[in-house]
Design a protein around this ligand. Structure first.
Ligand code: ADP
Ligand code: MG
Length: 254
């Protein structure tokens, strides 16, 4: 089933200096449970596209459908995870995770249990009372993901979620976060500028052109593995082939 449909989306930013076209006729869909990545040149319109799908930004033209329903406002089915973890330094891990639920007046017994289970399942049980500056960058990103999951979204949008992390942490945490997303049965759309990360984590990789971004390619990543994980994908014989294909395509754009 199609979980998300992006249909003929255009975006033009208007300012006193004139109009900046950012997206041009972008259409694609994502199936339930799929993990799709978006790559494209810096400044081409990737974050703009996620903001439009999230409902944070109205598009100039085009429609977004979630579960075949036109999305007209911010949808509770969508969770958004940003590049920076945006945890509040003065709140401990638990309170950071619970904050969004408290604001939405949904902080109840079930939600407390959900948070407890997520923290236990994903290795953060002993860090409930810790403050963000007592955690590593990777752990902070996991807390940010759990905060998003606590709102029970069905679709996760991730905008360069690992770019603030060092290489080693990035490899490990992307593996962990992939497993959490799959385990929780979420549909995911991730923006990244890291081709390896896109290939290792995704079922499909979408390549956007220079600004205004148009969809150049929609590449199915056919790497079948038992207990698939991003780290294992990197070892697969087909990995290099997909990497080179996307690399060439992106270079041709520059
Ligand atoms: P990416 O995430 O691919 O790096 P963005 O979606 O952030 O790119 O931005 C795409 C283009 O739109 C850039 O040229 C940027 O300068 C422009 N842009 C982004 N936000 C605004 C805004 N609020 N007003 C005007 N132009 C913007
Ligand atoms: Mg961006």
């Amino acid at each position: 089933m199609e979980k998300v449909v992006v249909k003929n989306v255009y975006m033009n930013y208007h300012s006193l200096k004139g109009t900046t076209p950012a997206l041009k006729n972008v259409s694609f869909s994502i199936k339930e449970g799929e993990f799709v990545s978006i790559v494209g040149p810096s400044g081409c319109g990737k974050s703009t596209l996620l903001n439009i799908i999230a409902g944070l930004l109205p598009s100039s033209n085009g429609e977004i459908y979630i579960d075949n329903e036109k999305r007209n406002s911010i949808s509770p089915k969508i969770g958004y995870m940003f590049q920076k973890d945006q945890l509040f330094g003065w709140l401990n891990v638990w309170d950071n995770i619970a904050l969004g639920l408290k604001i939405q007046k949904k902080y109840n017994k079930e939600k407390k249990e959900l948070i407890e289970n997520l923290l236990t399942s994903y290795g953060l049980k002993d860090f409930k009372k810790h403050h963000p500056d007592e955690l590593s960058g990777g752990m902070r990103q996991k807390v940010a993901l759990i905060r998003t999951l606590a709102l029970s979204p069905e679709v996760l949008l991730l905008d360069e979620p690992f770019s603030a992390l060092d290489y080693q942490t990035r490899l490990n945490i992307s593996d962990e976060i992939y497993k959490i997303i799959k385990n929780e049965g979420k549909t995911a759309l991730m923006v990244t500028h890291d081709i390896s990360e896109a290939v290792a984590m995704s079922d499909r990789v979408l390549i956007l052109s220079n600004r205004p971004a148009e969809l150049k390619r929609d590449i199915k990543i056919d790497i079948s593995l038992k207990d698939k994980s991003p780290l294992k994908c990197r070892e697969h014989p087909n990995f290099r082939m997909y990497f080179n294909d996307i690399w060439k395509e992106l270079n041709a754009l520059c």
